[in-house]
Unconditional design. Structure first.
Length: 222
């Protein structure tokens, strides 16, 4: 209900949103890192914590999952053969150093040997930044959200980020020093500076994913 102060009518304040909901997942809107790790997340949403605010994303579709699989398998085989670190899919969260109450979850990540404990507790996120992070764009990922996430990775010391665009069938490589480099399907992706001897054809990133149908051009008006 509005109130009156003198002759001025003051509208009621906007209600404070205390929770966020997606599917069967309802969580407090703001959490500490410890609360985020301990929360019983359901399996129909992917949570992240950004400056203490909970962000929920829907589970990805088939095309997204195949792209993640293609990259994960290639990286995992390469890293396993050389015993230089660990490769994870989208089930891990990283508490990013130097960023307050921020826990990000890449689609694929690589982290060098020695940066994580040999034995992990049953609950809890990685308390380190990955050396390589991969983000696959999806309908729920706006350009602003992706840029914010990449900026967080760079600020936390991630050496290289791959941004995969299924619609354009393109991978953009971002590094703190080298800016952005876009690679189309006829190019080859490498892991420099983190895994300089790793290579993967960009076309193989999109194996099993149908190319988008080109939109017909509009005819010229008479």
């Amino acid at each position: 209900m509005a109130t009156t102060v003198g002759t001025e009518i003051v509208p009621p304040a906007e209600p404070v949103v205390e929770t966020v909901t997606l599917g069967r997942t309802t969580a407090p809107r703001y959490m500490t890192l410890e609360e985020f790790d301990e929360f019983p997340w359901s399996d129909d949403a992917q949570p992240e914590l950004v400056r203490g605010e909970v962000r929920l994303s829907p589970m990805p579709g088939l095309a997204h999952s195949r792209i993640v699989r293609n990259i994960f398998v290639a990286l995992y085989a390469h890293v396993l053969a050389r015993d230089v670190g660990e490769v994870f899919g989208d089930g891990i969260g990283y508490v990013l150093p130097e960023l307050p109450r921020t826990n990000r979850g890449p689609d694929v990540s690589f982290i060098r040997t020695g940066k994580l404990p040999a034995e992990a507790p049953v609950k809890g996120s990685a308390r380190a930044a990955p050396d390589l992070a991969v983000e696959v764009l999806s309908p729920s990922n706006t350009a602003r959200k992706v840029e914010e996430k990449v900026a967080d990775y760079v600020a936390a010391g991630v050496a290289v980020v791959w941004i995969v665009n299924p619609r354009l069938r393109r991978v953009t490589v971002r590094t703190p020093e080298g800016g952005a480099r876009a690679l189309d399907e006829d190019a080859t992706l490498d892991g420099a500076p983190v895994l300089p001897d790793f290579t993967l054809r960009v076309a193989d990133v999109f194996a099993g994913v149908r190319a988008p149908t080109p939109r017909p051009r509009r005819g010229k008006r008479a």
